[in-house]
Structures are given as C-alpha cells and as structure tokens.
Design a binder for this molecule. Sequence first.
Ligand code: M6R
Length: 609
Amino acid sequence: MCGIVGIVGREPVAERLVDALRRLEYRGYDSAGVATIDSGVLARRRAEGKLFNLEKKLAEDPLPGTIGIAHTRWATHGVPNETNAHPHFVDGVAVVHNGIIENFSELKEELIGEGVTFETQTDTEVVGQLIARSLRNGMGRREAMQAMLKQVTGAYALAVIFADDPSTIMAARSGPPLAIGHGRGEMYLGSDAIALAPFTNEITYLVDGDWAILGRDGAFIFDHDGNRVERPRQISQSAAYMVDKGNHRHFMEKEIYEQPEVISHALAQYVDLGDHTVDTSICGAIDFASLRSLAISACGTAYLSGLIGKYWFERYARLPVEIDVASEFRYREIPLAKDQAALFISQSGETADTLASLRYCQEVGLKIGAVVNVKESTIARESDAIFPILAGPEIGVASTKAFTCQLTVLASLAIAAGKLRGTIAPDEERQLVKSLTEMPRLMSSVLNAVESQIEALARELSRYQDVLYLGRGTSYPLALEGALKLKEISYIHAEGYAAGELKHGPIALIDENMPVIVIAPFDRFFEKTISNMQEVAARGGKIIFITDEKGAAASKLPTMATITLPHVAEIVAPMVYSLPIQLLAYHTAVFMGTDVDQPRNLAKSVTVE
Ligand code: M6R
C-alpha cells in the first residue's frame, strides 16, 4: 500500500526521496509525488503511474530544498490521477498519508459548511484542511497537529511539513507502520526500514497512537495525549539485504529461485539438522502440551499456508485447529477460551485484518504466536512468541518464498507440538525431520528440471481465460494457492477446489476451454484424485497433471502436459509442489506481458481493511 518517506537534511533531498520511494515500490502504487521547501516556499511534483513518470518531471523541472516528504499512492478514495496524488497542499501545509481516514466525509462536510473548498477526492485532504484551519484560528503548528489527530479516526501514517518551518517534519502513526531513521545531522522518516536502508540502519519505530517532531539533530516523540515518550532505537538488518534482482528479470523469479537457500536457513533455526530432531523450546511461550485447540488466522497466501499447517497440527499433534481468513475471524465473535492459543501468519507483519484478529485474541487473554517475516513488525511486537520465517525481504507482490518458509516453520512447529503432546514417537520425529532436511536439495533439483517444460506450457496456458486447480489433502490448499498465484499476476481467472468437490458443482464448467491443473503426488489420496481426473477427462477437459514418477507411471489418462517431480515424503510435498505452481503462474504472466512484480490493483502490505 502507500509508501511514505521524508528527509530533514543538509543537502538537496528530492532525488534521495525518489530513490527511497523506489525501495517502497514493492508495496504497490499507482501514482507518486514529492514536495520540498525552498526559501519558505512549498513546491511539489506529482505523476500518475510509475516512478519514472515522476523522475521525468523532476528532470525537466528540478525541486531544490533540503527538507521534503514523498509518497507512493495506492488509491483508496479517488482515482489514481495527478490531482489525487500526494503530497496535498493546503495553505502552506503539505501532507502525505498511508491508510484511511474513516470519518473524512463528516469532517469534509463540516469544513465545506465553513466555506472551505477541496481540490481532491481523497480522504487525506481533510488532514491538511484541519491543520490549516487551526493555524488560521491562531494555533501554533504543534497544537494544530495535535488538534487534527484528536479529530481524525481510522488508520494512518502521516508526514506533514510547513512552508514556514524548513527544519521540521511532523509524523503520526495509528495503524500503518512508520519508522524514524537517525542520521548524522539529518533525520529520516519511512514506511519501513528498507526504504531508509541507504541512509541509516538506526531506526526507531513509532508505536500506535504516537506522533513525532523530527528536526535535523533528532526527534521528539509524544503519545496520543501529548506526553513525551521514549521509544527504543534499534539497529535494522535491512541494510544488509541487497534489494535488487541480481541476474533475474523480476523479483518474483529471483525469490522463486532463492527458496532452497532461505528454507535451509529457516530449517537450521527450527530443527537439528544433524540428529534429525526438533528442540521443543522453539515453541517459546506457546505451551502446546496443554492446549485444547489452536486458532489460526491470516490473509491471502499466508492463510493458505495456515490451512496446510492445520492438516499438520491435527495429524501430527492431534491438536484441533480452527482457521479463518482474518477479515472474517475478527468479526465472527468466535468463542475463545484461555486453554486455546492463537497463531497469526503474515509475511509483512502489518496486515490490518490479521493485526485486528490478533488484538481480538489478546483481549480474550489468549497466548499469541506470530509466524512472520519482518521481525520488527507490529504483529511480531504484539505477540508472546515470534516464529520468524527468515525468508529475507520479499519484494514481488506475489508471495513465493514467504509461503514455503511459512510452511517450513509450521511443519517444524507441528512436529514439536506432537512431541510435546506425546503424539509422535521418536522414530517418526526423526523420519519427518530427515525429510524436511532433504527438502532444499530436492527443491534445487526440481527448479533445474522443470523450468523449460513449464515455460513452454505457460505459453499454451496464456491462451485460456479460465483455469481450474484440483487437489486433495494438503494439495487442496496448494490448489487454492496455485489459482491465487495465477490470477493475481496473469489476470487469468482461476479457481482452486478440493478434488472431491468437483462433482458438487465445478464439473459443470469442464469443457475443452477449461484447463484443469491436477496436483496429485503419489500419496494416500492418489487413487481418489485420479478418479476425479478421470471425470474431467471423460468430459473433454484438458489436464495438466503435476505428480511424481510413481504417479506418472500409474496414470494412463491423456494430459495436455504431465510435470513429473521426484517422489517425496508427504510432509515436504506442499513445499516441493509449490515450485511448479509458482513457475507456471510466473511464466504465464511474463508471456502475457503483465507487470509481474507489481500487478495491477494489488499492494504488498495491506494496511487497511
Ligand atoms: O503480509 P501478509 O503475509 O500478511 O500478506 C497477506 C496477503 O496480502 C498476501 O499473502 C497476498 O495474498 C499475496 N499477494 C499473495 O501472493
């Protein structure tokens, strides 16, 4: 979603602000803008579309000034045109905003009633108008900022500069994250530490309800009531990561190929690679031994990893799991008791619905675990136990390596839980962990083996308008993930179904125009899935069969293509079978010429409901 950066500096800032925005591109956006103050005058450049449009404007008409704020906008209120692009100016006040001001309509009506005119369709403009009104009424800048914060409700990260104060940025957070960066004689503001990595690795995260005044030599932070507060300064690891594509065409491709390596790192953290055991201390504050049940909640791909986790917790730890997408979980008024725990899965650790579900469980007094990639995120900070997935920054909007790393962590936790609950014998533990440790090698060999076949198949798939994915057991959530991946980056309509559900409706769709991707390792569900595949073949459906050597040998059905993987243990199949699914979506999208890393309308980090 929207990205914010700000610099109170000693040298011109416009170019550096745009460089920092580039590091926030992965969040998704449809317009961008930058504003600076020079000789007491606010000036801005804004452009619809990608950052190069903004850069072109800056090249033609540079912006001087050693203080500035900048923004990438993911449209919520108002179309993504230049007028609605941030920063918004009102009487010498410039504002950028990430989030939604929920009461903006009432505030706007009130201001219009007072004779104020609005330039944009955005909710953000009320922020500038409220501050400007207070300034007109004689308030100081700081009081005006505080007064505005008392009037607005909703989710926001805000940065504000004032034409008549070229040495101060004001910032506020309620919901979406905001980080202050400490420099030498300069201070920075950013939506995350990745944006600030070229400037500094010394970061202070604002807590919900905080607002701050940044000068060149430091920052003062206040809580919602205006009391000075201290927040810890941390050394961020983000600078250590090279956020570039290496030899790959897209971040998504790079991230698909990184999986064997990052999964090795994750595994090393959760299992003993030598004696093939799990140390139950990885469970931290979650006492799996005494739990009656576990509630899991997440969004999108993270939810689908949780759905696979459910199969594992129930099978290996005999622990009942309640799972729901976070946007439903939070409003379902689900009865929860203290002998349950809750697990939230999120790559970014900032997803608004997941965070709201977490807070709901916190109120009930449940122990909270977080399976996150960003360890400094809000979800991580508000949890009792953090289970980092160690995937490194994931920049492509389509989640790939975060998914398989989440699965790796969930599998390890399910084994540890089984051990604690006495439902896994030592032999079974060793066998399961040994299978996990073989996974990175298997994944490397699959990546090498299937790419060219999948590339050719993608060319064919791109001719269709609808695709169905089928699977059973843990291959069912994988079918859902395959469909999600294909639709989000290629814009081809795709649906995932439990293979057993085929006869209950979707079979009506089967004809020669509907490729059906069947995910069927040669496991205990294989025969049943083959029967469903038979039903597809009998109706002229075109089958893309993803299986292993044993499965390929056992099935005699005609297929459009058969992608044959090595035979793997059941617990690692979801990770290994993710690879052909990700590659198929990736190459189809590349072939269709879509914006693979930043697909239309999507945001990497969804910080609003
Ligand atoms: O950061 P999170 O893991 O909480 O994000 C959840 C979803 O928004 C995310 O997985 C989304 O579905 C991806 N674009 C899927 O590829």
